[in-house]
Structures are given as C-alpha cells and as structure tokens.
Write a protein that binds this ligand. Structure first.
Ligand code: NAD
Length: 334
C-alpha cells in the first residue's frame, strides 16, 4: 500500500532498524503480528511485556526476544523503542495506548480502536498532540486478494456498489469480554470498516436493521449506506448463522468481483458467465494466514510509515469515522 507524506514535523527515522517494543503475548500477537514482524529484516523486536509470566516466557522464546517485562512502563523507560505494539483486550487498551503516545512513541493497536467513537476520538487527539504515528489493525484494508481485485475493477470505472458479508455461528453468543463491548463495535466492526474503505469518501446517509436473534444482546446488523464517492455500501453481519464467512463484493459498470480470502476470488465482466479466478495465496505471494489475510501488509505499512514519517492508512484519526458509522447503524434503524 503506498504511503502518503505527512504534513507534521516529525523527523524521518534515519536508522535502518526500527526498534519495536511489544505489549501483549496473546493470540493475535503470536498468531499473526509477531510472525509478520519476525519476517522483516528492518525490524528489531526489542522487548516484550505481558502480565502473564508463562505467555511472556513462551512468546519470548518463540521469537528470540531476550528482554522481558511484566510492567510496560518499566519496559518503555528502559528500552526507549521507536514504536510500540499494544495487543491487549479492547477494554484495557485505552489507558495504555494514551500513555504510550503521550511518551512520544509510535503506536500500533488491534481493532477496535477503543470501546467506542468517544474513546477513539480522544486517542486521535492524543496522536495529534504528540505528533506520533498510530495505526489500528483493520487488516481487511490490506488483504492482497481484495486490493488486486479492487485495482482491476477500478480500471473499468468507479466502484458503484460494495457488499460486505461477515457472519458467524456463535448463537446464542452475546457481547464480547463478559459484556464489556458489543458485537458490532468489537468484531462486526471489521465489516463496517471494510465497507467504508472500499466505498471511499464520507458517509452521506444510512438505513439499518439491528436484530437480536435469540441472544443476550443484538447479534445481527444490516445496513445500506450512501457514500460521497457515489458508491452504495451494503452491510450484512449476523452471528446466528450456520458458519463463519467474510466475503467482499465490488461492482462497477460491467465488472464485478467476488472475494473470500479463505477460498478464492472471481472477476466477471460484460455479462459472461465464465469468470477470471484469483488465488488468495498467489495474490499475497505467500500461503500463511497472516499474509493472505493482510496482517503482514498492514504491519509492513505501519513500519514503512514510521520509517518514512508518512501518514498511515487506518490511522486512529481515520478509524473515528468507522466507529461513528457504528453509532449511525445503531441510530438509523428502519
Ligand atoms: N484483527 C482481528 O481479526 C482480530 C481477531 C481477534 C482479536 N483481535 C483483537 O486483538 C486484540 C487482542 O486480542 P487477543 O485475542 O490477542 O487477546 P489475548 O487475550 O489472547 O491476549 C491479550 C494479552 O494481553 C495481556 N495483557 C493484558 N493487559 C496487559 C497489560 N496491562 N500489560 C501487559 N500485558 C497485558 C494479557 O495477559 C494477554 O496475554 C483485541 O483488541 C481483539 O479485539 C483482532
């Protein structure tokens, strides 16, 4: 993904190696982010922190990190890293993220960017105050299959319709983290962000249907949104179906793309029934999950932005608009 030059006065990082301190030794850290960083020759995984001694030791051993801490403040005071990864539960991330940025470190956090738009806005203000680069991990923006198909569709003309389908079988599941955060803000937010990203422009208007299908909390969210780009976005999320899928459709005049990074992508043109197939691993250049699902690309983008003092995609300022769209989905029910 190309990086845009930032207008702030931060200095370009002249060192070859970016020194990264890591908070969190949990599932996302071990599953996708640290494997991505470990593949980068210009990243030094300097130190690791977790409250849980076993996870800390296991993860440090796996990635060859010799400096470990159970207090992230001590880690930052001692190591003085260029950037910090903060991969923690969403209801604990706000205080740590604000502190990390206030100390002047660049920051990567996972989705959601705070519990709600309010917290995200406060974090975005902290980014601006401290002139740091801060990215939220909405990896669907970076999925190589999606970006390859988008490039092909946009060659024919502007995208007029985007359909995002994100469904799961967690019926009769309820909200996340023992009720700390709702399904739409915590997880279905991936689909909301994907809709915004591929529609482009600003949200003009929204109509929605929010349902509770036999669960403790709302677990199905449908929306149609008009964007200033001229695109219409259709969101279908539901946690009470038969199995998990994440699918993206992109349509422009005479051309349509249907994509699922766990399966394949197909491009159809001019009414022909035969499509052109796209292989997710081939688009990514690698079959590992963290490549196919865009994690490697989003981490690479963050590191490139830190090195080049560039304005990131999925910055904490941009994701405020995603969290605001979540609010609008709740408040625009038909
Ligand atoms: N992008 C995606 O597709 C995706 C998928 C799942 C989860 N997530 C997000 O990733 C984030 C992390 O989720 P996870 O599943 O990896 O969580 P996890 O519970 O597996 O790991 C979190 C780790 O943070 C540690 N921790 C908590 N507070 C700490 C503190 N103050 N200092 C040091 N360590 C601390 C915990 O001990 C734990 O090891 C969440 O925000 C979640 O929403 C994203």
């Amino acid at each position: 993904m190309p990086v845009k030059k930032s207008t702030t006065k931060r200095a370009v990082l002249r060192k070859k190696q970016v020194r990264v301190a890591l908070i969190g030794a949990g599932a996302m850290a071990n599953g996708v982010h640290y494997p991505s960083l470990a593949e980068m020759g210009d990243v030094e995984m300097t130190a690791l922190c977790d409250l849980d001694a076993k996870k800390l030791a296991d993860t440090a051993r796996r990635f060859g990190i010799s400096r470990t801490y159970q207090d992230y403040r001590r880690m930052l005071d001692t190591e003085k890293p260029d950037a910090v990864y903060c991969l923690m539960p969403p209801h604990h991330v706000f205080d740590v993220a604000m502190d990390v940025m206030s100390r002047g470190h660049h920051l990567f956090i996972e989705k959601p960017p705070g519990l709600n738009a309010f917290q995200n806005r406060r974090m975005a203000e902290c980014v601006a105050r401290n002139k740091v680069i801060a990215v939220c991990g909405f990896q669907r923006r970076y999925v190589p299959l999606f970006t390859s198909l988008r490039n092909r569709v946009e060659k024919r003309g502007p995208i007029h319709t985007v359909v995002v389908t994100f469904v799961k079988c967690s019926y009769p599941g309820a909200s996340y983290y023992n009720g700390a955060i709702d399904i739409l803000s915590c997880d279905a937010v991936h689909a909301v962000d994907t809709l915004r990203h591929y529609c482009g422009g600003e949200v003009v208007s929204v109509a929605s249907d929010v349902r509770n299908l036999g669960a403790e909390d709302n677990n199905a969210f449908y929306a149609i949104a008009k964007f200033s780009s001229g695109a219409t976005g259709i969101l279908q999320t539901n946690w009470a179906v038969g199995r998990r899928f994440f699918k993206l459709e992109l349509h422009a005049q005479g051309i349509s793309a249907y994509a699922d990074p766990d399966d394949s992508g197909v491009l159809y043109q001019d009414g022909k029934l035969e499509g052109e197939s796209f292989d997710p691993a081939q688009c990514a250049g690698n079959d590992a999950d963290w490549h196919r699902w865009g994690f490697f690309a989003e981490n690479r983008h963050f590191i490139d932005c830190v090195k080049g003092n560039a304005k990131p995609n999925s910055s904490l300022s941009d994701t405020v608009k995603t969290m605001e769209l979540v609010d609008r989905i709740y408040h625009s029910q038909i």
